[in-house]
Ligand binder design. Structure first.
Ligand code: G3I
Length: 389
């Protein structure tokens, strides 16, 4: 505790203060500690009164667990300069207690994996369905976790009405901006960071063909960012992309050129998300990733590692492959932590059992039984938590 309060008084290291903050309960870390403890105690009390806890032993065990969680969050927020995040699906969050426990103890930030995409939020023109996204945001905030909004304008996971040709270019532009404004306004003040545009550039460095580009040309990117900023001027707005880990790859070069142009035009863009879906055989080295990150931060942008997973490639025993995976994760976490403008580090899922790559890919920090893999503590240590449990 003495260490916690010493750090609280000292504040964050100056170099980090500009881009890294303490999350949804910023500025009241000590109060938060007390607040969470009180909330958890009240809940435990309520359950007791309702007689849902069964016997007194279970009751005591639950209280001890809540108390540990409360201590953990209070200390965690103060000690970790770079928050760890992860994508979660609503379905898994609802169904798996093991997932909830791993998330609550292992991460400080949540990205809804699919629940904030256009096909889910606006299945018919003008018909918004926020229930699942709302529940995820409420869950995260209840435990003082940040939320990264993902994603407002994307060429995939679109509702049929946006792609079936019923709207001409002008109407599509209006619909896109209206979607952005509606979603951003709803979560203003609760979701501080958004992937506004996702994967607008293809692997060869040209603009990706999608319904937005076909209708509006490359200006759609700028329009999306301006609409987002109008709707919530306090949100940090990111461009997010896959395959931009290597500094000299045509894809990365093109993204750098695009965001530089946006900055020159005064477009409100604050950061670039590097997804970092890689494998043990194909990945950037720490030096390469550090150079890529610098390429963006030297323009005054923040960077986040937004969707990392490291698929286990053959050859080798499982132990050897896990060790290679540990080194790949560690390199990325170090590259991020060593740049003061790298503001968070997220994986695309918690445990290997629920991953977009399927259960055999083995790319995440927890295994299928939600046990920590060797990469977990390498990431925790590299992101700078002397207190990582
Ligand atoms: O919701 C339907 C369900 O009703 C149906 O029964 C089922 C049958 O397959 O499909 C379900 O939809 C799936 C959806 O995930 C929800 O699980 C889609 O088929 C599936 O294509 C979709 O995949 C998502 C993918 O984006 C689509 O592009 C992944 O979960 C999601 O992890 C992935 O995430 C993307 C990021 O947004 C951007 N960066 C790349 C990353 C990985 O592809």
């Amino acid at each position: 505790m003495a260490l916690v309060f010493a750090l609280l008084l000292a504040g964050p290291p100056a170099a980090h203060a500009a881009s890294r903050d303490a999350g949804p309960c910023a500025g009241q870390a000590a109060a938060r500690h007390g607040h969470i403890a009180a909330v958890l105690d009240r809940r435990a009390g309520a359950r007791r009164t309702r007689g849902q806890l069964g016997d007194a032993r279970a009751d005591r065990r639950r209280s001890r667990w809540h108390a540990r969680l409360a201590r953990y969050y209070g200390e965690q927020a103060l000690l970790r300069p770079v928050p760890r995040g992860t994508a979660i699906t609503y379905r898994t969050l609802r169904r798996s207690r093991a997932l909830r426990r791993s998330f609550l103890t292992g991460f400080e930030q949540l990205t809804p994996e699919n629940e904030m995409k256009m096909e889910r939020l606006q299945p018919a023109p003008g018909v918004f369905r926020f229930a699942e996204a709302d529940r995820m945001v409420r869950f995260a905030r209840r435990y003082c976790k940040r939320v990264r909004g993902h994603t407002l304008v994307y060429g995939r996971q679109l509702p049929r009405w946006a792609t079936d040709g019923r709207f001409g270019p002008e109407q599509l532009g209006f619909e896109m901006e209206w979607h952005v404004r509606t979603v951003m306004s709803r979560y203003a003040g609760r979701v501080a960071e958004w992937d506004v545009v996702n994967e607008a550039i293809g692997p060869d460095g040209s603009y990706a063909r999608n319904v937005w580009f076909d209708a509006l040309g490359k200006r759609y990117v700028e329009r999306a960012f301006r609409a987002a900023h109008d709707a919530d001027p306090s949100a940090r707005l990111f461009y997010n992309d896959n395959g931009i880990e290597l500094p000299d790859h045509p894809h990365t070069v093109a993204v750098r050129a695009m965001v530089a142009r946006l900055r020159r035009r005064g477009v409100p863009i604050h950061g670039v998300g590097i997804q970092n879906h890689v494998s043990t055989a194909h990945h950037a080295s720490e030096a390469q990733l550090a150079r890529t990150i610098r390429g963006f931060t030297s323009m005054g942008l923040n960077v986040a590692i937004t969707e990392m997973d490291v698929k286990l490639d053959p050859p080798g025993t499982r132990a050897r492959r896990l060790e290679r995976q540990r080194l790949v994760y560690r390199a990325a976490a170090r590259a991020c932590a060593r740049n003061p403008r790298c503001s968070s580090f997220s994986t695309w899922g918690v445990g290997d059992g629920v991953s977009w790559l399927g259960p055999m890919a083995g790319g995440l920090l927890f295994d299928r039984g939600y046990r920590r893999k060797p990469a977990y503590s390498a990431v925790s240590r590299s992101l700078g938590s002397p207190a990582a449990p």
